[in-house]
Ligand binder design. Structure first.
Ligand code: HEM
Length: 157
């Protein structure tokens, strides 16, 4: 197996682990936490689950970025970033940048913890907002995945 194929395999594997986790949080964990099914302390319930996944998500984001830029270099495809038909390349880098900022800057600064702490006291509103943000990010990631698979196998949009 050459290193380009290996990079592609790792890229997709890391995307599956990372976006699969986002999907699970969006459609199952957040609704369960919001409904109070995981206990009345919503802050603690969300923290307990999120704490276990955040390092996996960070590692996956690093692997996706490293393998992604490696493939761009190996495929000599930097000029795609100047062509509109390769919007899915911009989408990949865009989705990656947003998640990297959340996982490596916003989350360590404790901003979302403050949102969740408020969720504990004022209940529904901050968690509803957090779920809306998750839905938007998940939708962007899913569109990107579909477009990247189709685009990298020759479909021109
Ligand atoms: C720094 C960010 C990223 C870079 C530089 C990058 C780069 C690349 C490159 C160069 C390819 C191969 C294109 C080709 O064969 O023509 C690719 C494929 C792909 N990427 Fe990314 N990517 C990044 C982030 C992402 C993200 C965030 C996702 C998902 C949300 C993603 C999903 C995919 C998928 C599904 C493929 C198609 C694999 C296949 O079917 O062969 N990538 N990426």
């Amino acid at each position: 197996m050459n290193t380009l194929i290996l990079a592609r395999a790792l890229h997709v594997l890391a995307v599956v682990i990372w976006i699969g986790g986002v999907s699970m949080v969006t459609v199952a964990v957040l609704p369960a936490v919001r409904s109070g099914a995981l206990g009345s302390n919503r802050f603690a319930a969300f923290e307990a689950i999120e704490r276990r996944f955040v390092w996996i998500a960070r590692a996956a984001v690093l692997v996706v970025g490293a393998t992604g830029f490696y493939m761009v270099a190996r495929l000599h495809s930097w000029d795609r970033f100047r062509a509109g038909q390769f919007w899915w390349m911009h989408a990949m880098v865009g989705v990656w940048t947003v998640f990297a900022l959340i996982l490596f800057v916003i989350e360590p600064l404790g901003l979302h913890r403050r949102v969740l702490a408020r969720a504990h006291t004022t209940r529904e509103v901050p968690l509803a907002r957090m779920q809306r943000v998750h839905v938007v990010l998940l939708a962007a990631a899913l569109v990107t995945i579909a477009a990247a698979v189709a685009g990298s196998h020759g479909w021109s949009f």
